[in-house]
Design a protein around this ligand. Structure first.
Ligand SMILES: Nc1nc2c(c(=O)[nH]1)N[C@H]1C(S)=C(S)[C@@H](COP(=O)(O)OP(=O)(O)OC[C@H]3O[C@@H](n4cnc5c(=O)[nH]c(N)nc54)[C@H](O)[C@@H]3O)O[C@H]1N2
Ligand SMILES: Nc1nc2c(c(=O)[nH]1)N[C@H]1C(S)=C(S)[C@@H](COP(=O)(O)OP(=O)(O)OC[C@H]3O[C@@H](n4cnc5c(=O)[nH]c(N)nc54)[C@H](O)[C@@H]3O)O[C@H]1N2
Ligand code: SF4
Ligand SMILES: [Mo]
Length: 669
């Protein structure tokens, strides 16, 4: 009789959080399929995860702990036992701590592909007790979270399944064909029912091509577009004053800050025809239900926080909340809330904080210096801005680097100690979706490959070895999951649904601003929250909603963006991607430089250069070039990827990354 499949879920950094059904034969993965327990994804999964067995059994899988036996960066390692590897890690870190203090140790992780059992619990506890520097995890969603928190107290927005009721859908800085594929059929159905689709994106994405209106603006100018629409609505009596009076504060400040943005001026800055901006404003004012799906493409620049705040303010100004399918969707992750601090009992450590976007400068110049780096759940050499400085930092002879990963990433090449990690098919986890409103219990389908170990086992061991474990520490994954769930005060029926089905699909019920309200202290929408205003002022010298000009120069006039590709999840699975990378460029920009499709080029600025081939394509607007995010060094001629050109400047809110503020030029190689 065939064995029943293992029911689990996908924790990769993707909004959709699919339920999975995994067939296993003789402790090996036979096949991975979706199943219908997640109502949004309904059994459909992406090609990447259907073939995730190729990652699990990859030739580049790290199967044993190992210690460097060549020069730094040579990638040459000698296998050792777990005991030996962890003894080296524990003794080196304790020696550094005794000599220079805990802050000389820097943990580095993001954990977008991890749930709470493998990120933010035992690891946090250990690094906290070591007194290690704290990492600000701001590489993604820092500006969006600040804006959603400040305006709405992280209130979950419209459930994606309710989009079928909408008469207007605006997909703003989000590319569902790569980044969240389950929105695509929902949009199709909504349009079959008569919905109009607007896409705001500097690229003509597949969705933009199919849209009723594509606003192909210059990167980083969403703020002026949203403020122009805001001003237009106020000016034309289309702002919903009754809603603003009842449910918001700060509307008059927002209106005053939108005042400079006439259609004309917004058109000049954004590069959009002013008629298109006006058409959009009218369309938005007229439509109900109207919903905005706000993505992450608009946050990754100097204006990112103000831009997201101004977009999230639109449904309040236009009075779009109320009917099903009316309002906005940003992150849905706070559908379920838990209190990890209570579980970890770590509190806010009084140690220095290092912004992960500035890993390179920190490794090269932090004072006091970083002497040890512990990388897990991340591949910073591929994913962090200013790649040349990150590489130079990793190359420091006096830096002790631990890399704990599943595969031999670019970062792993620079390790002193390599530790093999399990994948989500080999360990337990507990995750929540940030697009789908689901909570998922992840269970191992197969035993660990080689000697790989889960993060919770390794951090529990390190707590013991360094003498930092306490008697009442919870380390068992089931007990840890229980403790996290207990802190989440789930309804009893939700809890049993999760235990029985391994997944809980629980959209927050009720209409927005009829049955459920902002999660701010007064349940109102704060259109110009004082804390955001102050943060913006401190970060940029100007208040919230102030547009900062394009950083382009005569020498580096082209905006480089690096959006998600359907082939990878960030840099994960990069070892399976054959490449080579191609930089996409508009025919007009190519022609002006004597460049053709397939020409070998050098994309450069003052931070570095990338050598690869060109794909001439009118899918990017003039003035913009695009190189996929998540590429590895093997995918280009000179081993650099987009991050070699990305600055370490920060967003106006949340101290997030400004990848899309890279300004470059392109020449024949
Ligand atoms: N297959 C796959 N799926 C993924 C990921 C992946 O790498 N691969 N990554 C995951 C992660 S970590 C995240 S955060 C999400 C990200 O998901 P998305 O929100 O889709 O993020 P991006 O791909 O960065 O950008 C989305 C779109 O914004 C556009 N864009 C760039 N600059 C601007 C701008 O200034 N304004 C506007 N309006 N648009 C702009 C880009 O052209 C792109 O089409 O996707 C997740 N899903
Ligand atoms: N140029 C440019 N760069 C970008 C972006 C961009 O738009 N442009 N976007 C960025 C965004 S949105 C994000 S979220 C970041 C993400 O950047 P990273 O956080 O570096 O994410 P990944 O590249 O997916 O690397 C995750 C690594 O963790 C490993 N891993 C997964 N699970 C486990 C586990 O349980 N244990 C251990 N020990 N290891 C594990 C995987 O094998 C993989 O190598 O990248 C950013 N980088
Ligand atoms: S990466 Fe996204 S679409 Fe693919 S299986 Fe995971 S959750 Fe589903
Ligand atoms: Mo991300």
């Amino acid at each position: 009789m065939a064995k029943p499949p293992v029911l689990t879920a996908c924790p990769l950094d993707c909004p959709d959080a699919c339920s999975l059904s995994v067939h296993v034969e003789d402790e090996r993965i036979e096949s991975i399929a979706g199943d219908a327990r997640n109502g949004l994804t309904d059994g459909v999964i992406c090609g990447k995860v259907r073939r995730f067995d190729r990652h699990v059994y990859s030739a580049e899988r790290i199967e044993t702990p190992a210690i460097r036996d060549g020069t730094k960066g040579s990638g040459s390692f000698r296998p050792v036992s777990w005991d030996e590897a962890l003894e080296v890690v524990a003794s080196r870190l304790m020696e550094i701590r005794a000599r220079s203090g805990g802050e000389a140790i820097l943990p580095f992780s993001y954990g977008g592909s991890n749930g709470v059992l493998t990120e933010g619990t035992l690891d946090t506890r250990w690094f906290h007790r070591l007194g290690a520097s704290r990492l600000r995890r701001t590489i993604c969603a820092a500006a969006t979270s600040r804006a959603q928190q400040g305006l709405y107290g992280m209130m979950p927005g419209v459930d994606v399944r309710d989009y079928v009721h909408a008469s207007l859908i605006v997909v703003w800085g989000f590319n569902p064909h790569a980044s969240g594929i389950h929105l695509v059929p929902v949009l199709k159905e909504a349009r079959e029912r008569g919905a109009t689709l607007v896409v705001v994106d500097p690229r003509r994405t597949p969705l933009a091509k199919a849209a009723d209106l594509h606003l192909g603006l210059r990167p980083g100018t969403d703020l002026v577009l949203a403020l122009a629409v805001t001003r237009w609505m106020f000016e034309h009596g289309r702002a919903d004053q009754a809603f603003l009076d009842a449910h918001t504060s700060g509307a008059s400040t927002l209106r005053a800050r939108a005042e400079p943005w006439s259609l004309q001026r917004a058109a000049e800055v954004s590069g959009l025809p002013s008629e298109d901006i006006e058409a959009f404003a009218k369309m938005y004012a007229d439509a109900s239900p109207a919903v905005i799906r706000c993505g992450w493409g608009l946050e990754r620049n100097r204006n990112g926080g103000s831009a997201v705040a101004s977009v999230l303010a639109l449904p309040a100004v236009g009075g779009k909340f109320g009917p099903p399918g009316g309002g906005f969707t940003m992150s849905q992750s706070r559908t379920f809330r838990w209190d990890l601090d209570a579980v970890v009992a770590a509190g806010e450590p009084s140690v220095r904080a290092v912004n992960m976007n500035r890993l390179g400068p920190a490794l090269l110049g932090a004072d006091p210096p970083i002497e040890a780096l512990f990388v897990y759940n991340a591949n910073p050499l591929a994913t962090v801005p200013d790649q040349e400085r990150v590489r130079a930092g990793l190359a420091r002879e006096d830096l002790f680097t631990v890399v704990f990963d599943q595969v031999h990433t670019d970062t792993a090449t620079w390790a002193d100690v390599l530790l093999p990690a399990t994948t989500f098919l080999e360990h337990h986890d507990l995750t929540r979706g940030y697009g789908a409103t689901v909570l998922n219990r992840i269970r191992p389908a197969i035993p660990p490959v080689g000697q790989a170990r889960p993060n919770y086992a390794v951090f529990a061991d390190l707590l013991e070895r360094t003498g930092l474990a306490h008697e009442d520490d919870i380390t068992d994954p089931d007990a840890l999951a229980e403790a996290v769930l207990a802190s989440a005060s789930l309804e009893p029926e939700h809890r049993s649904a999760l235990l029985e089905r391994g997944t809980l699909d629980a959209p927050t019920p009720g209409a927005l601003f009829r049955d459920r309200f902002a999660r701010t202290a007064d349940a109102k929408i704060h259109l110009c929250p004082p804390d955001l205003d102050a943060e913006c002022q401190a970060q940029t010298g100007e208040p919230l909603y102030t547009y900062k000009a394009d950083p382009g120069t005569e020498r580096h006039p082209l905006a480089l963006i690096s959006p998600a590709t359907s082939k990878l999840i960030n840099s994960t699975m990069g070892q399976l991607f054959p490449g080579p990378a191609r930089v996409r460029m508009h025919p007009a920009d190519a022609h002006a430089r004597g460049i053709h499709d397939g020409t070998a080029v050098r994309v450069f600025n003052d931070l570095g250069a990338v050598e690869c081939d060109v794909e001439v394509s009118d899918a990017v607007r003039p003035g913009v070039v695009s190189l996929d995010k998540g590429l590895w060094q093997r995918h280009t001629r000179n081993g650099n990827t987009s991050n070699a050109l990305c600055p370490t400047t920060l967003t106006d809110l949340g101290r997030g990354a400004t990848f899309n503020d890279a300004r470059v030029d392109v020449e024949k190689a």
